[in-house]
Design a protein around this ligand. Structure first.
Ligand code: MLC
Ligand code: AMP
Length: 520
């Protein structure tokens, strides 16, 4: 026992929740369909961005709500178009678009048709898209930028159908839908795990459902709730919490194409929203807005994906009367730990395990998790999968090694102290030093390089390169263009330091702790 509080502390007074509820619906899609049957006329999703793509075969305008019954029909039609293009259950579908109802309709349609969706950041360059395509060999790609479609197609040697979110093309009978089983893969989320090159975490329908059901219970998410949704839909936070949670709760979401404090607060007001989910960078920007007090009108604000500084948590509380719930998740496990809805939401802590999740600390303080939310393994990487889990000596579920380091307070709250994995989190996006180093070393004037994160109030960390070059003191010419051609903008170093040599230990490994700017 390490003293972390049990997930039962999240269960509401009078709630009839049991662990069986995490899997009762079978699959996510079944959970959504039952909501749409129960309340066919209830508003579910609305686009707010002018010029949002139209939904295949439908004529809704921006600002017009989509109801449950309309989503059922639209996703059925979209599934028909995907099936008509030759996609069959188990096929991977690369999905890389900004947020819109049209793209979510395609996403839901893909899950209904038994396809495995592979989200990819819209900021990725040709190199990053090619890595994913080569790895998962998708049969189709949904993109809202022709160039990205071309990169995917080239990487697949042409063996891939490219769709826009509108899914132009003839209607087709989708055949039997919604037949995926709980244990079937639904999503492959790319992440580097604790080490190595980006690899796909394979999440089943059961994993996704369990995670959503546990946050639904913990955060008291109800059909009357309305989320201001401004996070990207191609990562776990915006997709598996924001979108899936909304659909599974029978609630509604207002889709914004990106973050801007005024747009968030205007949408919250105009649509009488009750929920806002953000990353620490967005709270930092909200806290600097004169209008921050308006957040106080919401029922609940949640922060995750990166550490929320205790000071920022307090600033937001003071300005809004709103104690943000900080929670902790990962692509491989979805949501693990959260501060409580009832009870103290402690600044600097992530709270206790969500319903159904168990957390333990290893001897070196690494956080281990297990539960129905935890993925089964990486796509075609049996060695990486084996290395990420420890068997339970008592024959229970194996423990997943998160690569995060934690500590538990006397009263059972978990805090994240740091990471054993080499990871930089900038504005909620993960950057793996090894990937950036591998790119920068390809520059002809870079002889050696190490990449670290430098603390930043706004971004959490900013990507920083330490380079050894032929000429003392000068940043190699064209280094930033070189990086920008090969790395998404958030991975490109914002700070570059030229050094004589890198500190290395006896094994030749760079000692990152010694790489920091020394005071003059
Ligand atoms: C954008 N830029 C970034 C960046 N986002 N640079 C570093 N880090 C980032 N995160 C770049 C832009 O390309 C631009 O570059 C410049 O910074 C200024 O852009 P901006 O307009 O100020 O940024 P903005 O578009 O407003 O984006 C900031 C942001 C966004 C914080 C809203 O990064 C964001 O949505 N982050 C959330 C990421 C997320 O959802 N993570 C969840 C992962 S799931 P230039 O060169 O054009 O000036 C996960 C599991 C879990 O981690 O627990 O949830
Ligand atoms: P990803 O691989 O993109 O899913 O990112 C997961 C990582 O984000 C975790 O392993 C943590 O390092 C980090 N993370 C997520 N939420 C939090 C949080 N609330 N506090 C600190 N780190 C977090």
């Amino acid at each position: 026992m390490n003293g972390v509080r049990s997930w039962r502390a999240h269960i509401g007074h009078g709630s009839t929740f049991t662990i069986a509820d995490l899997s009762a619906a079978g699959t996510l899609v079944h959970a959504w369909l039952s909501r749409w049957i129960e309340a066919p006329e209830a508003p579910v999703l609305v686009d707010t961005a002018p010029g949002s793509p139209p939904v295949a075969g439908h004529r809704h305008k921006t600002g017009e709500w989509w109801t449950g019954s309309e989503l059922e029909a639209a996703t059925r039609r979209a599934a028909g178009r995907l099936v008509g293009a030759g996609l069959v259950p188990g096929d991977r579908l690369l999905w890389s678009t900004s947020s819109s109802v049209a793209t979510l309709v395609v996403h839901i349609a893909a899950l209904r048709a038994g396809l495995v969706v592979v989200p990819a950041n819209t900021a990725y360059t040709a190199r990053e898209i090619a890595h994913i395509v080569t790895d998962v060999r998708p049969a189709g790609a949904v993109v809202d930028d022709r160039r990205r479609g071309q990169w995917a197609s080239e990487a697949a040697g042409g063996a891939l159908t490219v769709f826009a979110p509108e899914l132009d093309g003839p209607d087709h009978d989708p055949g039997l839908l919604d037949t995926a089983r709980p244990e079937d893969p639904a999503l492959i989320g790319f992440t580097s795990g604790t080490t190595g090159a980006p690899k796909g975490a394979v999440l089943t329908h059961a994993n996704l459902l369990a995670s959503v059901e546990s946050v639904r219970e913990a955060w008291r998410w109800v059909p009357d709730d309305r989320l201001v949704h401004c996070l990207p839909v191609f990562h776990a936070h915006g997709l598996c919490v924001g979108v899936y949670g909304t659909l599974s709760s029978g609630a509604s979401a207002v889709l914004l194409p990106g973050f801007d404090p005024n747009s968030i607060l205007d949408a919250a007001d105009r649509y009488s929203a009750s929920l806002y989910f953000g990353v620490p960078t967005t709270y930092h920007r909200l806290a600097s807005s004169e209008r921050v007090g308006e957040l106080g009108r919401l029922r609940l604000c949640v922060s995750g994906s990166a550490p929320l500084a205790a000071e920022l948590h307090r600033r937001v509380s003071d300005a809004t009367g709103q104690a943000v719930i900080e929670r902790y998740g990962m692509t491989e496990t979805l949501m693990n730990v959260s501060n409580p809805y009832d009870g103290e939401r402690r600044p600097g802590s992530v709270g206790f395990p969500l319903p159904g999740v168990e957390v333990s600390l290893a001897d070196d303080d690494e956080i281990l998790v297990r539960g129905p939310n935890v993925f089964g393994g990486y796509w075609e990487r049996p060695d990486a999968t084996t290395a990420s889990f420890s068997p339970d000596p008592n024959g229970g579920r194996p423990w997943f090694h998160t690569g995060d380091l934690g500590a538990v307070s006397d009263d059972g709250y978990l805090s994240i102290l740091g990471r054993s994995k080499e990871l930089i989190i900038s504005g909620g996006y993960n950057v793996y030093p090894a990937e950036v180093e591998a790119v920068l070393i390809g520059h002809p004037e870079v002889l050696d390089v190490a990449v670290t994160g430098t603390a930043s109030d706004e971004w959490g960390e900013v990507v920083t390169a330490w380079v050894v070059t032929g000429h003392d003191g000068l940043v190699p010419e064209g280094l930033s263009e070189f990086a920008a051609e090969r790395l998404a903008p958030y991975k490109c170093p914002r700070l570059v330091h030229v050094v004589g040599e890198l500190p290395r230990n006896a094994l030749g490994k760079v000692v990152r702790a010694e790489l920091h700017v020394r005071p003059e």
